[in-house]
Design a protein around this ligand. Structure first.
Ligand code: FVH
Length: 303
């Protein structure tokens, strides 16, 4: 059966932290009966007052409904929470942040216990959950049948994006986007540090920074095109050699301003290395070649 509507679907939610509570509120507001369990019972009290049923144990919550959602701190807490639960015939959806390998291993673990499994990565903070037009969405991967059956219910708190049967893919997409955000935040903090001791108001500087990053964002698509063709020379606007020279100015400016270079040195060093290998006429895209090292990405399970 495919659920493309938001007809009431009873579900069990494990975890009433900041994100779990926001998710529960969205489902309750849409009329979905929610059974909630939280390790610290007091944290589930507010949801009880809003109409949720509180389960005395995680096993009891799992027994209550076929659709079981976990939104806990980390993968280890998912394992300990569910160790005594009977997952037979359940659809387990894991909204807990984890690594791709954890997603794959959790999928195999759940399947061995008789459950279908979806891993997920939430691209939102709690205030964005259940808020129309907030831009919130969730990556899902794993059992396509489970996703198809529950997509209407899963779409209540945030938009859904199914990224494949490999249970590790939701976490991989999630962490890749979060890593890009970290790099961007690092650059933003460095920029604010450069102007910190000058007569430049952060609130006046902020729109310049925001507009500049927005203007540069389309470069992402050029990187994708170059990676797909493995041709890092076509369409180059600012060559690696030019950018390496600019980086040296960036580093000297940081020293002049009394600002640590520790946020910008790692990328500058990689660009220097790539240029030293003879790729100065290419785009910066080639730095990806230095980053990708051999690792074991073997999937232990696909759903
Ligand atoms: N909040 C956010 O901004 C982000 C946005 C993107 C996605 N994340 C992920 O969502 C997961 C839950 O995050 P959260 O915001 O709900 O986190 P907390 O408010 O800290 O609640 C943590 C819940 O996990 C329970 N818990 C912790 N350890 C255990 C354990 N060993 N066994 C059972 N449950 C455990 C905790 O219970 P308690 O401390 O209240 O008893 C909370 O229910 C997370 O993966 C984020 O990365 C949120």
């Amino acid at each position: 059966m495919t659920d493309n509507t938001t007809s009431p679907t009873p579900l069990s939610l494990l975890g009433a932290g900041a994100m779990g509570t926001a998710l529960a509120r969205a489902w309750l507001a849409a009329g979905h009966p929610v059974t909630v369990w939280n390790r610290t019972p007091a944290r589930a009290e507010a949801l009880a007052a809003e109409g949720a049923t509180v389960a005395a144990s995680a096993a009891e919550a799992v027994a209550a409904n076929r659709l079981v959602i976990a939104c806990l701190l980390d993968d280890a807490s998912v394992g300990t929470t569910l160790e005594d639960a009977d997952l037979t015939g359940r659809d387990l959806v894991n909204l807990t942040t984890g690594t791709p390998r954890e997603g794959r291993e959790r999928a195999a673990w759940a399947q061995a216990r008789g459950a279908r499994f979806l891993d997920a990565g939430i691209m939102a903070v709690p205030p964005m959950i259940g808020a129309p037009d907030s831009g919130a969405y969730v990556f899902y991967s794993g059992s396509a049948a489970s996703f198809d059956e529950h997509r209407g219910t899963l779409a209540v708190p945030a938009q859904t994006r199914y990224v494949g049967a490999d249970a590790g893919f939701a976490a991989l997409h999630d962490v890749a986007l979060l890593s890009a955000m970290d790099g961007m935040f690092g650059g933003v903090l460095h920029a604010f540090a450069l102007v910190r001791r000058e007569d430049i108001a952060p609130k006046e500087f902020a729109p310049l920074l925001s507009d500049w990053l927005t203007a540069m964002a389309p470069w992402i698509h050029q990187v994708a095109e170059q990676l797909e063709s493995s041709d890092y020379r076509t369409g180059v606007v600012s060559s690696l050699a030019m950018q390496v020279a600019a980086n040296r100015t960036l580093l000297r400016t940081a020293e002049e301003q009394g600002v640590s270079t520790e946020l910008v040195v790692p990328l500058a060093d990689l660009m220097e290395r790539r240029m030293a290998q003879g790729y100065g006429d290419e785009d910066t895209t080639g730095v990806v070649e230095l980053l990708v090292t051999d690792t074991d990405t073997t999937a232990t399970a696909t759903a």
